[in-house]
Structure formats: structure tokens, C-alpha cells
Design a protein around this ligand. Structure first.
Ligand code: SR1
Ligand code: MG
Length: 421
């Protein structure tokens, strides 16, 4: 049967027929429905009781195609089941940072979930120059818990392998393999270049061998390193915030992949916010530097907070369970050395993924608002060139950049050295 999106009346009637949801929302006659989705994949509705506006939910439905492109790009609706499963899993691990799922319907490919009415999308907040005091602590805690508890460092090997095969989502992984790791480095028809982006910058993505090798290495890691259950698309549009709370939404790309992919996505988006601040932070003659430094501080605190908590969870679990990843004495020198080695490798992976994520947002088909909303073509190209330079260094030097402070320095150096571009 041909897919038809719900009319407002149909959706209200549907929700009225689900007892748990009706108990939350009240009489279907009183419901107001607004389609608000601006994402690339799905339909999203706010449904509110007009008489009692605090009674509201979000409904998300997967059509059998990619919403960004339409029916010309078919996509299996089963992706909604993956998203629901991931939300439930992450919600069990981090209830304070994941919206509640009230109802899921695997025949209509929809779910009803908590409406975060007093929160906004982080990307928009960063464009407006808002500061969120709890952001870094919340995100580092979310990352440490979700990435640790899905991995072989916590789960028994057979359970982890079952979890990994249940989370296989090859169709959406293919989108990432193409759009993040392949097309941006080719002359591909889906790429979209901003008008003033220098040809040399585009050419370099296709021809600079160390960059091509590094990007191919990251693609290999994405496709083969099933380390833990990832969110899979952790950009700043997948995070909702206010002064005191942080929620991670939209894990439709969830799958078992390399830990650095989620951390890298987040750092990449903070770096894109950093470089594009040179436009948004100058509107009305303001100085962008203080906010840029706040962004770099968030990036640094997310990595250091994440790695400290991840190591703490690891040590704590091993001391309770007596099951050690490396056998022998508790906290032997070999184990401590291995932990340090593990985190260095994870940082290198994180930086490599961050580089690919930055490049795809500059030259690929799915862009980000902080760049797209720069109306001055020359200013936009300047910011894009800086982002590409940063991304290239992250990729090529990911193994030698010693710590996250080096990444903050790199961003500042690129910003300063190219001030006259
Ligand atoms: C074709 S879908 C484009 C992008 O939207 C999602 O947010 C993912 O980032 C995907 O790559
Ligand atoms: Mg999304």
C-alpha cells in the first residue's frame, strides 16, 4: 500500500486509540497536531492538548523513503525499530539524557515519545551564541556510559556479539559509508560546493594522498570495528538542551561500530561551530573570540570528562566483577599501560572521524545551518577552507596529536594564520 502521511485528524484519532498515550494526552478532540520535522529522514509531529498544553508528546514516523530527497530514494521503514531499540537501550543507561519512549508501533513505523518542550536544538543555540553550563558534563557522561556499557569491556563476549548482530542496520550504515567516507573525496554528483570555495581546496580532497589514505582508514574502521552500540549520527542537531538539562535524540543510525565515531561527530560539530563563529559572532560588530574559546573549552572538557569517566567505569567494573580484559593482578602495570594505550588509540580514532565528519558537511549533500546561513559567499568560503584545513590535519596527524589541547591549539592556529585569507 502506498504510504500516506497522517492528516492531523487521523493522527489524533490514532493516538486516542492507544490507551497509554490517551492517558497522557487526554481527549483526541482536544489535540492539536503540528508537523515540525526538519530532519533528513522522518516525519515529526508535536501533538498537544489545546486545553492543557503541558500534556504533549512527539510522534516520529518513518516513511518508506528519505524525506530529504523523496520517493526517488527508497528507504526501509524498519529503521524506526532500530531507533526505538537504541532509544530504549540508551535510555536504560542514561535516563537523564534520553527522551522516554511511550509507545512504539512496528506496523505503522512510528513512536510516541517525550516532548522536550523547554529545550532547543543545540546547533541553533550555538548559532545564537548561547552558553550551556552543564553541556560538557552531561555529554561526557552520556558518551562514557553508552560507549562503555555496550562494549566487550562490560558485556560478556557472547552477549555483546548478539547485541551487535541485533543492531545491524546496513542500509543506514551505507548512507554513512557513502556520504561521510566516500563521496566527499570523489567528483560525485551528490556533492554540493559553495560558490566561492576555491577549486584547489576541492581538488586537494581528491588528490592529496595522505588525506585519501587516512579517510580510507577511517572508512575501514567504521565498517569493521564493531566495538559498541553507537548513536551513529551524534551531531549538534541530535542534541536538545536548556540551562540545566541535555538530551540526545534521533539514534536512527545506531549500530555496532567504533567508539570514536560518536565522540568524533560531536567534536567535529563543535569545531564547525568554532570556525563559523567568525561570521555569526561578528554580526552587529561583536567580537567572536570569547565564544569561540567557550566552544573549544566545551570540546576539551567533553573529551577529558569522557575519558576520565570511561576509565572510571572500566576500573570499577573490573574491581567488582573480577573479570579483567587483561588477566593478572588488579591494576597491574600492564593493565594500566593498556588502558592508557586504549585511550590514545580512541583519541586518534575520534580525531580521524571528526575530520571526515567536518569534510562531509562542507562538500557533501547534507550540510549544516551554521555554514549554510552565511550569506556572504567569500566569508563562507573562508570559513569552509579553515574547516577543511583543520579536518585534514585531524585526519593525517590523528596519531601524533598528543592530546585534546593540541586540537584546540590547532583550531586557534588555523583561525589566526588564515585571518587575512
Ligand atoms: C541522506 S541522509 C543525510 C544525513 O542525514 C543524517 O542526519 C545523517 O547525517 C545522514 O548522513
Ligand atoms: Mg537525525
Amino acid at each position: 500500500m502506498e504510504f500516506e502521511a497522517f492528516t492531523a485528524q487521523e493522527l489524533a484519532a490514532y493516538l486516542g486509540g492507544v490507551p497509554d498515550v490517551r492517558a497522557l494526552l487526554g481527549d483526541p478532540e482536544d489535540l492539536e497536531v503540528a508537523e515540525v520535522g526538519d530532519g533528513n529522514l522522518n516525519y515529526v509531529y508535536f501533538v498537544t492538548n489545546a486545553k492543557t498544553p503541558r500534556r504533549s508528546v512527539v510522534v516520529k514516523q518513518a516513511p518508506p523513503f528519505l524525506r530529504l530527497v523523496g520517493k526517488a530514494w527508497p528507504l526501509s521503514c524498519q529503521r524506526m525499530e532500530h531507533e526505538v531499540a537504541a532509544l530504549r537501550r540508551f535510555g536504560a543507561l542514561c535516563p537523564q539524557h534520553v527522551p522516554k519512549v511511550y509507545h512504539a508501533d512496528s506496523k505503522r513505523f512510528l513512536m510516541v515519545m517525550q516532548h522536550l518542550a523547554s529545550h532547543r536544538i543545540l546547533r541553533q543555540g550555538l548559532i545564537d551564541g548561547a552558553m550551556y553550563p552543564c553541556l560538557a558534563d552531561h555529554l561526557s557522561s552520556y558518551l562514557a556510559h553508552t560507549l562503555f556499557y555496550g562494549s566487550d569491556l562490560f558485556l560478556a563476549p557472547d552477549i555483546k556479539k548478539q547485541a551487535a548482530s541485533a543492531a545491524v542496520n546496513s542500509e543506514l550504515c551505507k548512507i554513512t559509508e557513502d556520504l561521510v567516507f566516500t563521496f566527499p573525496f570523489e567528483d560525485h554528483p551528490s556533492n554540493m560546493y559553495s560558490p566561492a570555495l576555491p577549486k584547489a581546496a576541492i581538488e586537494r580532497l581528491r588528490t592529496h594522498e595522505p588525506l585519501r589514505i587516512a579517510a580510507a582508514d577511517m572508512k575501514w574502521a567504521f565498517m569493521n570495528h564493531a566495538e559498541t552500540l553507537l548513536h551513529g549520527d551524534l551531531h549538534t542537531g541530535s542534541i536538545m538542551v536548556n540551562e540545566s538539562e541535555t538530551f540526545v535524540i534521533d539514534p536512527e543510525f545506531a549500530f555496532y561500530g567504533p567508539m570514536g565515531f560518536d565522540v568524533g561527530a560531536l567534536l567535529a560539530n563543535l569545531l564547525l561551530a568554532y570556525f563559523s563563529r567568525d561570521w555569526h559572532g561578528r554580526i552587529d560588530g561583536r567580537d567572536p573570540v570569547a565564544y569561540q574559546e567557550w566552544l573549544l573549552e566545551q570540546m576539551t572538557r567533553i573529551w577529558t570528562g569522557f575519558s576520565a569517566q570511561f576509565l572510571e567505569l572500566w576500573r570499577d567494573h573490573e574491581s567488582r566483577s573480577k573479570r579483567r580484559f587483561i588477566g593478572g593482578e588488579a591494576e597491574s602495570r600492564a593493565l594500566s599501560a593498556y588502558r592508557a594505550h586504549f585511550m590514545r588509540r580512541l583519541l586518534a580514532d575520534t580525531l580521524g572521524f571528526a575530520g571526515c565528519k567536518m569534510i562531509r558537511r562542507i562538500v557533501g549533500m547534507a550540510k549544516v545551518a551554521e555554514i549554510m546561513r552565511i550569506p556572504d559567499a567569500q566569508a563562507r568560503a573562508r570559513i569552509e577552507v579553515r574547516s577543511l584545513r583543520c579536518a585534514e590535519t585531524l585526519l593525517v596527524e590523528r596519531g601524533t596529536l598528543g592530546d585534546i589541547e593540541d586540537v584546540a591549539m590547532l583550531a586557534r592556529d588555523i583561525q589566526r594564520d588564515t585571518a587575512t585569507l
